[in-house]
Design a protein around this ligand. Structure first.
Ligand code: NAP
Length: 325
């Protein structure tokens, strides 16, 4: 294929499309990168991935994003992000990357539908909830085991549920679950919560929430649906079976970076190593959001990283491809 780097512009040829900026992921990082790249006239293309809108789209309310004093629904928030990016020319494709070759520019990105040749790549592929890896978890996923209170809370009206985890997510989702559930028991493996003080106070003051400290779930038991959990106190080794209708798991996330393994430098947990300018070890490949952020993982920080990544992609194109917006 003829690929003129000095006059690079977005163009289509059969099932192969040349783009200046390809963005993998459609959460706050990806859509903010799209907004910034679109406003720089870089005609970005966003691959939504399987989870259109990312994790925040499953969040009932976002209360800590500035500009929304009453809070805003996660789904509505990403819809607004997308609309704003599209207004300036970003193109959203309901497609996922299946294979990438970052060994030379333009980078080759295969998707379910076609192939892209991208002069710059912004990875905003986010993260996926971690699993407990206990007997019964996979078997009962969707039949009592869940990783999303917003999606599944409604099914537990007047039921008793267990929540695993001691971080902000576990407490925030537990508080949300009390809208429906009769009782919520938070099972935490230590005797001290990781969550911040405001959420701790709110959860502790909620009469529907109980805490089971120093405890882990070792098995999820049921027939057609979850009926009980087997728990173990990690200090006394005491074990017992406790009846419950559901188990919600909020024990952290793993970055969605498998596709880039061996091509980009990562830490031992799989987070892509990214510098302050959102650069990876491959020039022209930038990261925004949780794929490169094990620390903050907020909508605001992910959006900020996405904006920075798009600005850097613009600088890169100016320097290396001679494209002037
Ligand atoms: P997290 O802070 O990493 O907490 C994970 C929790 O799960 C910890 O309490 C951990 O126990 C426990 N855990 C991990 N692996 C486990 C296992 N195999 N079995 C049992 N328990 C296990 O994750 P997160 O709560 O999802 O929060 C992630 C980030 O998002 C944090 O920075 C958080 O502040 C942020 N966040 C903020 C908000 C908010 O501001 N409203 C809401 C949600 C999330 P240990 O404590 O013993 O390690």
């Amino acid at each position: 294929m003829d690929f003129n780097l000095t006059n690079f512009s977005t163009s289509k040829s059969g099932d192969v499309e040349q783009v200046r900026v390809l963005i993998i992921g459609s959460g706050p990082a990806g859509l903010t990168a799209a907004l910034y790249a679109a406003r720089a006239d870089l005609e970005p293309v966003v691959l939504t991935g399987m989870e259109h809108g990312g994790q925040v789209s499953l969040t009932y309310t976002v209360e800590n994003y500035p500009g929304f004093p009453e809070g805003i629904g996660g789904q509505e928030m990403v819809e607004r992000f997308q609309k704003q990016a599209e207004r300036f020319g970003a193109r959203i494709e309901f497609d996922s990357a299946t294979d990438v070759d970052l060994s030379k520019r333009p980078f080759r990105i295969k998707t379910y539908n076609k192939e892209y040749l991208a002069e710059t790549l912004i990875i905003a592929s986010g993260a996926t909830p971690r699993h407990l890896n206990v007997v019964g978890e996979t078997e009962f996923t969707g039949r009592g085991v869940s990783y999303c209170a917003t999606c599944d809370g409604w099914f537990f009206k007047d039921k008793d549920v267990y929540v695993v985890g001691g971080g902000d997510s576990a407490l925030e989702e537990s508080i949300f679950l009390t809208r429906y559930a009769k009782s919520v028991t938070i099972v935490h493996r230590r005797d001290e919560l990781r969550a911040g003080p405001i959420l701790q106070k709110r959860a502790m003051e909620n009469p529907k929430i109980n805490f089971l400290y120093d405890t882990v779930i070792t098995e999820i038991i049921g027939k057609d649906a979850v009926k009980s959990v087997h728990v173990k106190n990690v200090k006394t080794n005491e074990e017992s079976e406790r009846p419950t209708d559901g188990v919600f798991v909020f024990i952290g996330h793993d970055p969605n970076t498998q596709l880039f393994r061996g091509q980009l430098d990562m830490d031992e947990r799989g987070y892509i190593k990214v510098d302050q300018l959102m650069k990876t070890n491959v020039p022209g490949v930038f990261v925004g959001g949780e794929a490169g952020d094990p620390n903050f993982r907020q909508v605001i920080t992910s959006a900020g990283m996405g904006a920075a990544a798009a600005m850097q992609a613009g600088h890169f194109l100016d320097e290396h491809v001679g494209y002037v917006s």
